[in-house]
Design a protein around this ligand. Structure first.
Ligand SMILES: [Zn+2]
Ligand SMILES: [Zn+2]
Length: 57
Protein backbone atom coordinates (compact mmCIF):
# COMPACT_ATOMS: atom_id res chain seq x y z
CA UNK A 1 0.00 0.00 0.00
CA UNK A 2 1.52 3.25 -1.09
CA UNK A 3 1.32 6.32 1.03
CA UNK A 4 -1.64 8.17 -0.31
CA UNK A 5 -0.88 11.70 -1.23
CA UNK A 6 -3.80 13.71 -0.18
CA UNK A 7 -4.51 16.59 -2.54
CA UNK A 8 -3.53 19.74 -0.81
CA UNK A 9 -6.70 21.58 -0.15
CA UNK A 10 -6.73 24.93 -1.83
CA UNK A 11 -5.67 27.44 0.71
CA UNK A 12 -7.84 30.37 -0.08
CA UNK A 13 -6.14 33.54 0.93
CA UNK A 14 -8.89 35.92 1.76
CA UNK A 15 -7.76 39.47 1.50
CA UNK A 16 -9.05 41.78 4.13
CA UNK A 17 -11.16 44.15 2.15
CA UNK A 18 -12.37 47.33 3.69
CA UNK A 19 -16.07 47.38 3.24
CA UNK A 20 -17.62 50.17 1.25
CA UNK A 21 -19.45 51.39 4.29
CA UNK A 22 -16.08 52.18 5.82
CA UNK A 23 -15.01 54.28 2.89
CA UNK A 24 -16.08 57.68 1.76
CA UNK A 25 -18.31 57.30 -1.28
CA UNK A 26 -16.89 60.50 -2.70
CA UNK A 27 -13.14 60.26 -2.41
CA UNK A 28 -12.79 56.58 -1.50
CA UNK A 29 -10.62 57.38 1.45
CA UNK A 30 -11.28 55.53 4.70
CA UNK A 31 -14.10 57.18 6.57
CA UNK A 32 -11.86 57.28 9.59
CA UNK A 33 -9.62 59.74 7.76
CA UNK A 34 -12.40 62.27 7.75
CA UNK A 35 -12.92 64.75 10.46
CA UNK A 36 -16.19 66.61 10.75
CA UNK A 37 -15.19 69.27 8.24
CA UNK A 38 -13.88 66.93 5.56
CA UNK A 39 -16.88 64.66 5.97
CA UNK A 40 -19.18 67.58 5.28
CA UNK A 41 -16.95 68.67 2.43
CA UNK A 42 -17.16 65.29 0.79
CA UNK A 43 -20.90 65.11 1.36
CA UNK A 44 -21.31 68.48 -0.34
CA UNK A 45 -19.05 67.36 -3.17
CA UNK A 46 -21.13 64.30 -3.80
CA UNK A 47 -24.49 66.01 -3.55
CA UNK A 48 -23.30 68.82 -5.77
CA UNK A 49 -21.87 66.51 -8.39
CA UNK A 50 -18.58 68.35 -8.23
CA UNK A 51 -15.24 66.85 -9.05
CA UNK A 52 -13.10 68.80 -6.66
CA UNK A 53 -10.49 67.12 -4.60
CA UNK A 54 -10.90 66.16 -1.02
CA UNK A 55 -9.48 67.83 2.04
CA UNK A 56 -9.44 64.82 4.31
CA UNK A 57 -5.74 64.04 4.07
ZN1 LIG B 1 -10.56 61.99 0.76
ZN1 LIG C 1 -14.14 61.79 1.54
Amino acid sequence: MTASELPTSATSTVDVIVEDAERCSTCRHPAADHDTLSARYCAATMSGGLTRGCICK
